[in-house]
Design a protein around this ligand. Structure first.
Ligand SMILES: Nc1ncnc2c1ncn2[C@@H]1O[C@H](COP(=O)(O)OP(=O)(O)OP(=O)(O)O)[C@@H](O)[C@H]1O
Ligand SMILES: [Mg+2]
Length: 351
């Protein structure tokens, strides 16, 4: 356009050049301005999210009991050695006011020592039951007791100090392997760290890394099984009264399975272990097995008792057995292959 106007004699060459130079000069600031507007928009969104979190009611405020409130007289007397450590009395809970109950009328007594395994189809309410025990959720009905005292008389901190939890989808925080382990007990010594790593059979793997315990986890590729063992080591470091283990449904490797089995056995001899079992070896080892269905406890007993009396338990066990034995998987009838989803799918996938 400029060239055409210059050729026509309507515009001087000097004016055209000046115009172009100004136009080019403007380009950078305009570019920068639009980038800043984008940054501003994501900043506004982040600020909104921070505000939402800021407005959430913190635990402790919600129940009117400040964190770290000293224990009442009952605890100072000390729990009876043979009394149950945990007790659930007809507990029900739902996610949200209109939702159907995820756990319904559950009564469970957890002895001070021994291994209780919870089995059930996907969505039966197993993880929800753990959330109740950990007091992530408050029951809509019924109550929970720790050492014979209701949960509401304990602070959140008191309850969680007694429990250690290995989650189903084992989270790992940014930082080194050491940071991840010390999260549960910052004052643990190196010897204690080595001891738990040995228990979960990670010693060799960590010694093979250039920086050992100080290797940043973000830069290292740890397998799913190794992640789970790191999370287990973190829980064991606490020597909890009750170990809650929500077994991962995927990431089954032989070493992890054996490590989990050994740890559970050793801990169950000294304290209470509750597992949500997705592995045959864990189920068979348990002292008591609780079968959950649709949020309630369907039945409970030992492996032999349940095999003889409960059809759902037989189906669940059959699915786990198939997962553990690929030859059986090929010959299994279709009905038995599908009782567990997605847990069963993941196990079968590996098998
Ligand atoms: N955060 C949540 N919000 C709403 N509903 C939920 C939430 N978590 C679980 N539920 C619902 O509660 C029910 C029980 O879920 P839960 O996670 O306890 O099952 P699960 O027995 O642990 O299953 P899986 O074996 O697959 O881990 C399901 O119907 C599920 O949809
Ligand atoms: Mg679950």
């Amino acid at each position: 356009m400029g060239a055409w106007r210059v050729a026509d004699g309507h515009l001087g060459i000097s004016s055209l050049i000046a115009f172009l130079l100004y136009a080019f000069g403007l380009m950078d600031p305009i570019n920068e301005l639009s980038q800043n507007v984008t940054a501003l928009q994501s900043g506004i969104a982040a600020a909104e999210r921070i505000r939402e979190i800021d407005e959430m009611q913190a635990e402790g405020e919600a129940d009117g009991l400040a964190e770290g409130v000293p224990s009442g007289p009952a605890l100072s007397v000390g729990p009876m050695p043979e009394s149950p450590v945990l007790e659930l009395k007809n507990v029900s809970v739902a996610y949200g006011p209109d939702a159907e109950a995820a756990v319904r009328d559950v009564a469970l007594v957890v002895p001070r020592r021994g291994h209780t395994a919870i089995v059930g189809q996907s969505g039966a309410g197993k993880t929800t039951l753990f959330s109740l025990i950990l007091r992530f959720l408050e029951p809509a009905q019924g109550e929970l007791l720790l050492d014979g005292r209701p949960y509401r008389e304990h602070s959140h901190h008191e309850i969680r100090a007694r429990l250690a939890y290995v989650e189903q989808d084992t989270p790992i925080v940014p930082g080194t392997i050491r940071d991840n382990l010390l999260l549960s007990r910052p004052d643990a010594t190196d010897a204690e760290l080595q001891q738990v790593l040995h228990e979960v059979r990670l010693t060799e793997k960590i010694n093979a890394l250039d920086d050992g315990l100080d290797t940043p986890l973000s830069g290292t590729t740890v397998s799913g099984g190794e992640r789970q063992r790191i999370a287990l080591a973190r829980a064991l470091l606490r020597t909890p009264d009750v170990l809650l283990l929500d077994e991962a449904t995927a990431q089954l490797d032989g070493l992890t399975e054996a490590a989990v089995q050994d740890c559970v056995r050793v801990r169950a001899a000294r304290g209470a272990v509750i597992t949500i079992a997705h592995r045959l070896s864990t189920v068979i080892d348990a002292d008591t097995i609780v079968v959950m269905e649709g949020g309630s406890i369907r039945t409970r007993g030992t492996h032999e008792e349940l095999l003889a009396t409960d059809s759902l338990y037989r189906d669940l066990i059959e699915a786990l057995r198939i997962a553990a034995d690929p030859a059986a998987a090929r010959n299994a009838p279709e009905r038995v292959r599908h009782p567990l989803t997605p847990a069963g799918d993941a196990i079968r996938g590996i098998a």
